[in-house]
Design a protein around this ligand. Structure first.
Ligand SMILES: Nc1nc2c(c(=O)[nH]1)N=C([C@H](O)[C@H](O)COP(=O)(O)OP(=O)(O)OP(=O)(O)O)CN2
Length: 139
């Protein structure tokens, strides 16, 4: 099994805010990330695909096609957007990296399967800052 990766990036604004809580509790739990006037991040999304190389191309997945899928289905929906307001699949969800990456998986998994030789999506890694990141294997 070979693991092939593509990295994409996007910029987005958000706040960490639980509408069930008071303003005070949100600030207590989320600190500056609960700023009512929002804040932004330069996100990096790494998509890891596993499979065996197609004998005719030598590819597990064509990285050009993979990039197009990630950009069309995910990046275009979140880039230069407010994750709390503008993004349909985040409606009603707290705008954490964990919730974002799980939604990305639901969108990407079936599309990646279509273009992969004998495999599929293996892992998503989402960097919110150079030091904060989450990994998700769909479990
Ligand atoms: N489990 C999670 N914890 C936190 C999340 C998250 O999505 N999941 N998000 C945040 C904030 O949105 C943001 O990441 C915090 O940024 P910051 O603390 O500024 O991170 P830095 O790495 O830039 O900060 P340094 O402390 O300077 O390293 C918080 N928690």
């Amino acid at each position: 099994m070979i693991y092939v990766c593509r990295k994409e990036h996007f910029n987005a604004a958000h706040k960490l805010w639980n509408p069930k809580w008071s303003d005070e509790k949100n600030v207590e739990v989320f600190g500056p990330c609960a700023n009512v006037n929002w804040h932004g991040h330069n996100f990096e999304l790494i998509v890891m695909v596993k499979g065996t190389p197609d004998p005719d191309t030598g590819f597990v997945v064509d990285l050009k096609k993979l990039s197009t899928i990630i950009r069309t289905l995910v990046i275009d929906k979140v880039d230069h957007k407010n994750l709390n307001i503008d993004v349909d699949f985040m409606e009603g969800k707290l705008a954490s990296c964990e919730n974002l990456v799980m939604e990305f998986w639901k969108i990407l998994e079936p599309a990646v399967k279509e273009i992969t030789s004998n495999g599929g999506l293996h892992k998503l890694t989402l960097y919110e800052t150079p030091r904060n990141f989450v990994e998700y294997l769909g479990e």
